[in-house]
Design a protein around this ligand. Structure first.
Ligand code: NAP
Length: 314
């Protein structure tokens, strides 16, 4: 008879960034029994995930050191934030050994993904860019889409974890492929919201009832997934953030830069981005990106400010 094998404790993975998207992803991984070591720049925001069972590290380097599976996921705002958490003085990269894997779920450009991969490769660390399609609700439900770029073997290492919060994982070639697809996706999703906002503002100007307009649009050729998803926010002019407006603005800027890099027009993208720029200037950067609607409505006479939303934005 064989002696029973000693119990092998399951290996832990790292996750850096517990914002609107990182937090539900952490909850999904924990609910699936994945031992997790997490870091968030604002420590207070890591508390809930710590209470849910994650080990909370004080510095990104400690996430690298304590992720015994040698895999760290990153879900932060943009490329400067990715650089800070990976390559800062106490960055994740210094805590990882050669052969480890970093999976970046953040939305950045393909060129930025490749720059990250090159810098990690100098330490022998593998990299997959894996930005996600879908917002906080789909993250909560484990129904995101992952657009992945990198070596197939690296994606396979990450797949068991990605499957805990996504229903579709698409391998789109080498590093940068995932980011490319994500930017194409976001030009449309962010553009759809801007166009819906412009159409609804025009409807109001023409004296149409907003509720009725939204209902009629939702059965016609002008219908879009984004109009459906944002209908309630447009109706109430209340914009609790699922996807912050300033991040939508960041993404359209990335679209423009990518278009320049490959010599393709992003003229409509530029117009869309100007709408979001104006919304940020009006103080709506931390509201959901559907708040762009408010900047398209007439300003109260005698003020330079846009009309206040009916309910406060998040
Ligand atoms: N929300 C969505 O619907 C959605 C959907 C798909 C993709 N995305 C993309 O996913 C990424 C995260 O989005 P989110 O909605 O979760 O954003 P968020 O709620 O604003 O969270 C941003 C996270 O990045 C961290 N961070 C920012 N700058 C940092 C720095 N310099 N050093 C360390 N940490 C830093 C923040 O830490 P603090 O807590 O300290 O600020 C926070 O954890 C973005 O690239 C976004 O474009 C978002």
């Amino acid at each position: 008879m064989h002696a029973p094998s000693p119990l092998v404790p399951p290996l832990s993975v790292g996750l850096v960034g517990l914002g609107l998207m990182g937090a539900p992803i952490a909850r999904r991984l924990l609910a699936a029994g994945v031992p997790l070591v997490v870091y968030n720049r604002t420590a207070e925001r890591a508390r809930e995930i710590g209470e849910a069972g994650a080990a909370v590290a004080d510095r990104p380097i400690d996430v690298g050191r304590r992720a015994s599976a040698g895999i760290v996921f990153v879900m932060v705002t943009d490329h400067p934030a990715v650089r800070a958490v990976l390559f800062g003085r106490n960055g994740v990269a210094r805590g990882l050994s050669a052969g480890a894997l970093v999976v970046d779920l953040s939305t950045v450009s393909p060129a930025q993904s490749r720059a990250t991969a090159e810098r990690l490769a100098k330490r022998g660390i593998h990299f997959v860019d894996a930005p996600v399609g879908g917002s906080t609700d789909l993250a909560e439900e484990g129904r995101l889409t992952v657009f992945a770029g990198g070596e197939a073997a690296d994606l396979e290492r990450a797949r068991p974890y990605l499957e805990r919060f996504s229903v579709r994982i698409e391998h789109l070639g080498g590093v940068g492929g995932g980011s490319s697809m994500k930017l194409v996706n976001n030009l449309l999703t962010i553009g759809h919201v801007a166009l819906a906002a412009e159409a609804l503002a025009l409807a109001e100007g023409l004296g149409l009832d907003r509720q009725r307009t939204i209902d009629l649009l939702s059965t016609g050729g002008g219908r879009s997934t984004m109009l459906d998803r944002k209908a309630d926010m447009f109706r109430k002019r209340s914009y609790p953030a699922h996807f912050r407006l300033r991040l939508a603005d960041k993404d359209v800027r990335l679209v423009e830069a990518a278009g320049r890099d490959v010599g393709r027009s992003t003229r409509l993208g530029r117009e869309i981005r100007r709408l979001y720029d104006a919304a940020i200037a009006a103080g709506l950067g931390d509201a959901d990106f559907a708040a762009v609607f408010d900047t398209l409505l007439p300003r109260p006479s005698g003020t330079g400010a846009p009309p206040p939303p009916v309910a406060p934005a998040a």
